[in-house]
Ligand binder design. Structure first.
Ligand code: PLP
Length: 369
């Protein structure tokens, strides 16, 4: 039997399931539950879906009717991109944006991890008038590898000036910062349940009134014709419960930034050649993308695992292998990208966890010198 590492600091990959989400899923699991059925069972199922929709809307700062449930962040990204003919995006997006469309122009990224807004403006203004209505700008709110927050207000202004609608992948920022989707200049946003302590395989696309969307899947016309297929009631119930619980997390992530900074300060004081990506700009409080060489990140992640700490190296692809990070490459990190470890806390992370990883980090890297 595989031993499970006692310390989990890979929450940007997935967060542990919350008890409240598990309970909600158990409750939804028993009765027959097609929310489209008109009988009592169906109506009870519909009630659960609509309760969850309200909970997700509450966390994301939007109207319940803006929430279209999907099978996760990947589908939400694919769904919105598929509605447009021309995409402008950045080089640091998740693959479910980067690789989701045949007609994409990529905006440069600055060495600090933020999208180059001048380059974005150039791309947006170069779109011919006739193509504006069929173009979409897609820029994530927070990067999954570095935690770097993108200047979304500036980006929304550029999109508005160019007359092009803006989509944002908000999978990593959800629950960690206040989101006011309704009050923002963003037309669409993608969310995922398993990053906030809900189950994997469920997420949502937020769609502002007036922003069109056609279903990628042809079928029963559920979700008001925007996403066909019988709703994943169990997953949606778990998502709703996780969203309700996550409303109380924001102070936790503010505090976590202090623990994360103390971890980084300790490592730098012991290993002065350490490089931290995105440190000079606003970042999610839970994420540290840190390179200390000389061993590769892949080797070090295994060493951490043996030492009982689960962290990750760049972006793990579906095979579990470590890929060269397109994010760090876009930031011009060069060889350091092969050494970058990502430490990411979550709703269940405690201060002592960052203290432990600081000690383990220094011990392992001093040994590997
Ligand atoms: N977008 C970002 C930024 C992510 O980090 C992820 C998950 O790793 C996704 C999208 C995909 O979400 P899901 O796993 O729900 O498909």
């Amino acid at each position: 039997m595989m031993s499970v590492p006692p310390l989990y600091l890979d929450n940007n990959a997935t967060a542990p399931l919350r008890d409240a989400a598990m309970d909600a899923m158990h409750e939804a699991m028993g009765p027959p539950a097609n929310p489209s059925s008109v009988h009592g069972f169906g109506r009870a199922a519909r009630l659960r879906v609509e309760d969850a929709r309200m909970a997700v809307a509450g966390l994301a700062g939007c109207r319940a009717s803006d929430v279209v449930f999907t099978s996760g962040g990947t589908e939400a990204n694919n769904l919105v991109l598929s509605h447009y003919r021309h995409i402008i995006t950045s080089k640091i997006e998740h693959d479910s944006v980067r690789a989701a469309h045949p007609n994409i122009r990529f905006v440069k990224v600055l060495p600090d991890g933020r999208v180059d807004c001048d380059d974005l403006r150039r791309h947006a203004m170069a779109v011919p008038d006739a193509e504006r209505a069929t173009s979409l700008i897609s820029i994530m709110a927070a990067n999954n590898e570095t935690g770097v927050l993108q200047p979304l207000d500036d980006i929304a202004q550029i999109a508005a000036e160019a007359g092009i609608v803006l989509h944002s992948d908000m999978v990593q920022i959800l629950g960690k910062h206040r989101i006011d989707f309704s009050g923002s200049g963003i037309g669409y946003a993608s969310l995922s349940a398993h990053k906030i302590g809900g189950p994997a395989g469920v997420g949502a696309l937020l769609v502002k009134p007036g922003c069109a969307l056609s279903s990628l899947l042809k079928g029963g016309g559920q979700e008001h014709g925007r996403r066909s297929g019988t709703e994943n009631l169990i997953g949606i119930a778990g998502f709703g419960a996780a969203a309700t619980a996550a409303v109380g997390d924001r102070a936790h992530y503010t505090e976590m930034a202090v623990w994360r900074d103390a971890f980084e300060d300790h490592v730098i004081s012991e290993l002065p050649s350490t490089q931290i990506f995105g440190k000079s700009v606003p970042r999610l409080g839970n994420t540290s993308c840190i390179a200390a060489g000389p061993k590769t990140a892949e080797t070090m992640v295994m060493a951490f695992d043996i030492a009982g700490v689960a962290v990750s190296a760049g972006a793990a692809c579906s095979s579990g292998k470590v890929q060269n990070s397109h994010v760090l490459n876009a930031m011009g990190a060069g060889v350091a990208s092969a050494h970058a470890i990502r430490v990411s806390g979550g709703w269940a992370t405690k201060q002592a966890d960052f203290e432990t990883v600081a000690d383990v980090f220094v011990r392992l890297y001093k040994k590997s010198d």
